[in-house]
Structures are given as C-alpha cells and as structure tokens.
Write a protein that binds this ligand. Structure first.
Ligand SMILES: Cc1cc2nc3c(=O)[nH]c(=O)nc-3n(C[C@H](O)[C@H](O)[C@H](O)COP(=O)(O)OP(=O)(O)OC[C@H]3O[C@@H](n4cnc5c(N)ncnc54)[C@H](O)[C@@H]3O)c2cc1C
Length: 436
C-alpha cells in the first residue's frame, strides 16, 4: 500500500525524498526542501500530529545563524527571548550553587541567550510547511534499498518508495538500524549518562518574588543563570517573552563508569518537589528558592549516543539526534539538527544533485558534518563534567573553571554552515558557489 501523497507534486521530480521524523530538524528540512519546485518531499511522523514538550530550548549564535539561513528568522524572532538589557550578550552567568557567588559570564556577542518555548518554535516552523507534505501516524518499521531507490515500511503496513530517505527520527531512531546494522556494527543505541535532569517552567513573577524573599538579587530571576557544584548544576533562562522561566536541575551519579538504568525503567518520570529538593542538600538560598517554585517536576534520565562510525548508507542518511544525540550541557543538540537541515537542503536543492548522484551527495554530507557533530557530542559531555566540578585538570578550581567557561563555546558558536556546503560542493566537484 502506498502512503497517502495528496500534495501537488512536480510531474517528473528531480528527486523523490522521504523524511522520517517531524521534530525540529525534520520539519526544518522539509520546509527548506519544499521551496524547490523540482523536488517531491514527504515527511512521515509517527505521532498523530506535530508535538513538542512544554519546555524551553536555547540556541547559540550558530543555531540562530542556521535558522536565519533556513529562511525562518522572522518566525523565530517573533517568539524568541533574549537576555534583558544591559545583559544582552550574556549567554549564562555562572555562580557557585552553595552561595550564589558570581564566578563569571559567557558572552555570545550579538546573540546572548536566545531561547524559545519548544512547542511555539515547532508551531512557528510548521506554519511554513505546504499542505500535503506531512503524513501522520507513520511509524517507520523497516527500511530497504537497492540500486533503484529506497523503500520505507510503516507500522500501519503502508510504504513509501523514493530516491532518498532521511532519518530525522530522534535518539531512538528506527532508520539508524538500517544505516548501522547490528550484525556489522554491534549495538550503537542510546546509553544513559548517569545524569538525571529535573525540569519545570515557572512563572517569572513567582520566581522573582521567591528570589527576593530568599534575600537574593532579583537579577537572578531575569538574567540566565547556571549554579554549579559537585555532581550537580541548575540552570534558568526565560521563555515565552520572559513570562516563564525554564528551569533544569541536574544530578549525576558518577559511581560507575558504565551507569545503567534498571531494565525497562522509563526515561521520564513525575517526581515530588521534596524528592528533588532532597537531591540538593547544602545548596544556597537562590537554588532552594528556584526549586521551591517547581510544584510538579519531571525527572529525565539523560541519554546520548556514542560517536557513530557513519551517518550515510547509499541512499539513506541519518541526521539530528538520530545520528548524534548528545547531552544538553552546551544547549547544542537542536542547533546541530538545524545546521544539518541547512547543509542538506543546500546540497539536495542544487540541480546538480540528480537520482544517479544522490548517494554520493549523502556521503559528501557525512564527510563534512561528521567531525563537527562528534566534537559537539564530546564537548557537551565534557561541559557537564566541568559544571559539576569534575572537569579534567580543573575539578573544583574556580579560577581555571571561570577562565575555561569564558571561551569554551566560541568554536561551536562561530561556525558557519555555509562553509560545510562549500566543502561538500568541492568534494563533489561542483562549481564553486558561496551559499546564500
Ligand atoms: C533536557 C534536555 C534539554 C535540551 N536542551 C537543549 C537546548 O537548550 N538547546 C538545544 O539546541 N538542544 C537541546 N536539547 C537537545 C534537543 O532537544 C535535540 O537535539 C533536538 O530536539 C533534536 O531534534 P531532532 O529533530 O533531531 O529529533 P527529535 O526532536 O527527537 O524529533 C524526532 C521526531 O521523530 C519522530 N519519530 C521517532 N521515531 C519515529 C519513527 N520510527 N517513525 C516516524 N517518526 C518517528 C518523533 O515522534 C519526533 O517527532 C535538549 C535535550 C534534552 C533532553
């Protein structure tokens, strides 16, 4: 059975492309590709509609650059939060969790802390998706390919045949099993990091009052903050035009080099406020005030992928969290998914990419994106260690810690994905052209 494809599509498309997964990355790619009149694009989402959790997501300058290159800047700016004046360039202020003492700040010039409510952002980009491209209730079960094309079969027994398949289906990706078969690559699925994250959204005014009543500066409620301590850290930043504060409180069990969750344990659970507070004994007045504002926390067991040996297998490519799910300590996972979307859309959108050469284009994509994505994964893990006073050669030395935090994100933020496109074009022997 064919999947329902009611969209008005080109009669003889240059490429027929399937995208599995309608999260931030998959939708961004579908929007970008759907602007090319000679491409036929279909987006398959397992759920019955697009949905994101009610939490914040923070974007560094590189992610905001990718959003802008994808033509989504206006939609983004309408809903994005920024650090308030005169702290516009502040990504985070860093403080000691025990007593809120100021350590330093990380500055992202011209960007600061640019964040959104996840569901608002997904809705804003979905609004750019033409009718008929998205298909819901399509959970990918298996993928197969031959020299002619690729076929994805869904759990409802429908299937889609196309020239290329892009797996944007998140950390538990089904497409990944096709790209990296267990028989050849062993088990490359997600692993628990030993870190749990309590999450909550708090009305800003409530948090401001609690902070002031705790005897702390109200700026702690308005300017993005990270509170650091041994095996623990807490972050706050505004979302919903500063009406809400996104709070994430991390605790890490470092007792085992290979931490394991009990078999079958859910990744996300609801917990009591008291259980969360009990996990932060000896923390300062501000931290207690912040956690005291989260009435119904959820606790997330944070998983990541190992660095994968490859992302492409002929006509099939995995991207976003399906390829490089990482710990959230640099606020970079969604940014990498968006960089992927821009680079891939630029390459697949080029008329030089035809059916015969499409697999080579996916290899070129992998060749230019793999090292960067792996480096972001590794440094995200290292950042969490640093924030929790376990950084290599730094530990609890706050002077060295501060110096490191002031500069450590620059390489990540300064990246321009147009350089990846140029590098891939060069590999493909396509004529030199600077991407718009
Ligand atoms: C606590 C936490 C905080 C974070 N904070 C930040 C942050 O501040 N900044 C940042 O940049 N990143 C952050 N991240 C990471 C970010 O959320 C992810 O990197 C990003 O959402 C990945 O996008 P994606 O589109 O690749 O995958 P996802 O958002 O996971 O989307 C995958 C989609 O695929 C669908 N799907 C899954 N399986 C199938 C299937 N078999 N068939 C069809 N569809 C399927 C899902 O329903 C979903 O819609 C954070 C992550 C966590 C856990």
């Amino acid at each position: 059975m064919q999947a329902d494809t009611t969209t008005s599509t080109p009669r003889d498309p240059r490429l027929r492309i399937g995208i599995v997964g309608g999260g931030i990355g998959g939708v961004a790619l579908a929007v970008a590709l759907s602007r090319q009149p000679d491409l036929e694009v279909h987006l398959f989402e397992a759920a019955e509609r697009f949905s994101e959790i009610g939490a914040g997501v923070s974007f560094g300058p590189n992610a905001v650059r990718a959003i802008s290159l994808l033509g989504l800047e206006t939609a983004y700016r309408r809903i994005a939060d920024a650090s308030p004046a005169p702290f516009e360039d502040v990504w985070f202020e860093w403080r000691r969790g025990r007593d809120e003492a100021y350590l330093t700040a990380s500055l992202a010039a011209g960007c600061g802390q640019s964040s959104v409510h996840r569901a608002d952002f997904l809705n804003a980009i979905v609004a750019h998706l033409p009718e008929g491209i998205a298909h819901f209730g399509k959970r990918c079960r298996t993928v197969a390919q031959d020299a002619e094309g690729v076929c994805v079969r869904f759990e409802d027994d429908s299937e889609f045949r196309g020239d290329l398949l892009i797996g944007y289906d998140g950390i538990k990706s089904a497409v990944r099993e096709h790209v990296l078969p267990v028989a050849d690559y062993g088990e490359v699925g997600p692993r628990w990091s030993g870190t749990q994250a309590y999450r909550g959204l708090v009305p800003t005014e409530r948090l401001r009052r609690a902070i002031v009543e705790a005897g702390c500066d109200e700026r702690l409620a308005m300017v993005p903050q990270m509170y650091l301590g041994p095996d623990r850290h807490i972050l706050t930043f505004p979302v919903k035009q500063a009406a809400l504060i996104n709070v994430v409180a991390f605790i890490t069990d470092r007792s085992s080099p290979e931490p394991r969750l009990p078999e079958g344990a859910p990744w996300v659970v609801e917990v009591s406020q008291q259980a969360m507070l009990d996990d932060f004994p000896g923390w300062g007045a501000a931290s207690k005030a912040i956690l005291g504002c989260i009435d119904h926390p959820t606790r997330w067991a944070l998983h990541e992928l190992p660095e994968l040996p490859r992302y492409a297998r002929d006509r099939v490519l995995i991207v976003g969290d399906a390829a490089h799910a990482m710990l959230p300590h640099q606020g970079a996972g969604a940014g990498q998914a968006l960089e992927d979307a821009y680079v891939l859309a630029s390459l697949l959108g080029d008329p030089a990419c035809d059916r015969d050469g499409a697999a080579t284009v996916l290899s070129a994509f992998e060749a230019v994106r793999h090292a960067r994505a792996c480096r972001v994964q590794v440094t995200s893990r290292e950042a969490g260690e640093l924030y929790e006073y376990c950084g290599e050669e730094i530990g609890a030395d706050e002077v060295r810690l501060s110096a490191d935090l002031e500069r450590r994100f620059d390489w990540l933020w300064n990246h321009d994905p147009r350089d990846d496109v140029t590098a891939a074009r060069c590999r493909l022997g396509w004529e030199y052209r600077r991407s718009a």
